[in-house]
Design a protein around this ligand. Structure first.
Ligand SMILES: Cc1ncc(COP(=O)(O)O)c(C=O)c1O
Length: 457
């Protein structure tokens, strides 16, 4: 007998208390930090869906692995455990550990970016874009057209537009140091990239002699979607699919705070000996010796064990199903969400829900603030606040105004999610009364982290 209910394939071993607050307390807390959810004390948040980055629960076996951590400065046994686990899935010749994903990006684009260069991606994550632009290069997003229609259902909305990519490579020979593909496409709704698309990108890169790198933070969730949705893939293991993605690339950046199930860590990997030597020289300047990067030996051990757990089919079935559970319930309640439901998060379409608020009045931020005030839920605006400021200082609406409810791995139970559904429905009811916001203070880059807002009268 196969039962319908997909249960959490674990039980809880250690608990963290949550602090209940009133709507008045939350209103005061968010006003005090200029309506920026990143400014809150996390104790004032009830259900924290700000990010799935580093916020997951580690397993018993990961905590046990931490006890094996060896803190030798050079050549630690923990480094070899880490290296073997990484190369088991991503058999690149060089693996360079970093303290998190953006450190890998900083090193990569310091080595290969620079003025006059342009770097395409399905959609750059904000730190990737910021690191490319900081080097003086231009970051270009090339998602397929379907990716920009939130309500449209397509199995691989993370795919890159191969025709646009080929055009760019033909028009700018010598200016593209690398093509990036982000799996899954976080900023585009947590949507997967198909193997067929990855193979097509590889062909284009071969024709133009340009290397191809994966931003592989959510490689296991992407591979699960390939396993479930792509013709001819259901008989293969997720690990095999991951290895095929890696075999089609020349290198990768990784944040181990996502699918590798760790609370910190990352790496940069590649096959090019010369590039690896330049990156290691940069690594030593800011991260540390090449056998630990910015990490402790115990972190390397936790990541190695996490990588083994990340490709487990029972875990992935539960993970993807529980995200869909939230998204499907909201869609049934007529809260507009990006379709189909992505791997690590549900994306509310704030531009549709708050259609009376123009994009330059930040409907995503207004909605995220109200979710917090109404129910203590912290989501993250992915829209005009995050992407609206252009390199030349001007501001334009982002392609979409979304609020991402990211689900930390193995952390919240179904009743927490039922509560989130109830709060979202209440906020949907209040939506016509919500007002837009204006920015009163912002930094030069990555403004969403520290900008302050006020309501427009
Ligand atoms: C697709 C993607 N790339 C890169 C990063 C950066 O990783 P980190 O936060 O570890 O610096 C993230 C983090 O959320 C991400 O989602």
């Amino acid at each position: 007998m196969e039962y319908r209910t997909i249960i959490e394939p674990f039980r809880i071993h250690s608990v963290e208390p949550l602090r209940l607050t009133t709507e008045e307390q939350r209103r005061a807390a968010i006003d005090a930090v200029g309506l920026n959810l990143f400014g809150l004390h996390a104790d004032d948040v009830l259900i924290d869906l700000l990010t799935d980055s580093g916020t997951g629960a580690m397993s018993r076996d990961q905590w046990a692995a931490i006890q094996h951590g060896d803190e030798s400065y050079a050549g630690s046994p923990s480094w070899y455990v880490f290296l073997e686990a990484v190369q088991e899935l991503f058999p690149f010749r060089h693996v360079i550990p970093t303290h998190q994903g953006r450190a890998a990006e900083k090193i990569l684009f310091t080595a290969i970016g620079g003025p006059s260069k342009v770097v395409p991606n399905n959609t750059h994550f904000d730190t990737t874009r910021a690191n490319i632009e900081f080097s003086g290069a231009q970051a270009v997003d090339m998602p397929i057209a379907e990716a920009l229609e939130p309500s449209l259902v397509h199995p691989f909305k993370g795919n890159i537009d191969v025709v646009a990519l080929e055009r760019l490579l033909a028009e700018r020979p010598g200016d593209v140091p690398v093509v990036m593909v982000t799996i899954t496409n976080n900023s585009g709704g947590g949507q997967p990239v198909s193997l067929a698309n990855m193979r097509a990108v590889r062909d284009v890169c071969n024709r133009h002699g340009v290397p191809l790198f994966l931003d592989a933070c959510r490689f296991a969730e992407n591979a699960w979607f390939v396993h479930e949705r792509e013709e001819g893939q259901s008989g293969r293991s997720v690990a095999e699919i991951v290895r095929e993605f890696a075999s089609l690339a020349d290198g990768m950046t990784m944040s181990a705070k996502k699918d590798p199930l760790a609370n910190i860590g990352g790496w940069l990997a590649c096959n090019d000996d010369d590039l690896a030597a330049r990156c290691r020289a940069l690594l030593v300047l800011t991260e540390g010796f090449p056998t630990y990067g910015g990490l402790a030996g115990r972190d390397l051990e936790a990541i190695a064990q996490g990588l083994r757990e990340a490709v487990d089919h029972e875990y992935l079935r539960y993970r993807i199903r529980s995200t869909a559970y939230l998204g499907e319930a909201l869609a049934r309640a007529e809260i507009p969400v990006v379709q189909p439901i992505g791997g690590h998060a549900v994306y509310l379409d704030a531009r549709a829900l708050l259609s009376h608020v123009p994009p330059l009045e930040y409907p995503g931020q207004a909605l995220a603030v109200e979710l917090y005030v109404a129910g203590g839920i912290r989501g993250c605006e992915i829209g005009t606040v995050m992407f609206g400021r252009q390199a030349d200082g001007s501001e334009r609406p982002a392609a979409m105004d979304l609020v991402r409810l990211a689900i930390p791995r193995r952390t919240y139970t179904q009743s927490h999610i039922d509560y989130v559904i109830e709060v979202c429905i209440e906020v949907g009811r209040r939506a016509p009364e919500l007002r837009g916001l204006r920015i009163v203070e912002e930094p030069e880059t990555l403004r969403h982290f520290t900008a302050r807002f006020e309501p427009i009268a």
